[in-house]
Design a protein. Structure first.
Length: 58
């Protein structure tokens, strides 16, 4: 994962992303990546639950 911190407390998932970060252009070149799970990832403590997240700017 790039620039994503996930934590769970009980049934609450908290996602933390630093919006000041940049990781270059996307593969299409149309946007700039800020954060990504780079595909589907398991939620901490809930392996059967998956998340896929991309944060980007045009």
């Amino acid at each position: 994962m790039k620039n994503i911190e996930m934590t769970t407390e009980g049934n609450i998932l908290t996602i933390k992303v630093d919006l000041s970060q940049r990781f270059g252009k996307s593969s299409s070149g149309k946007s700039t990546i800020i954060a990504s799970t780079e595909g589907n990832q398991s939620v901490p403590g809930q392996e059967e639950i998956k998340i896929g997240l991309n944060v980007y700017t045009k």
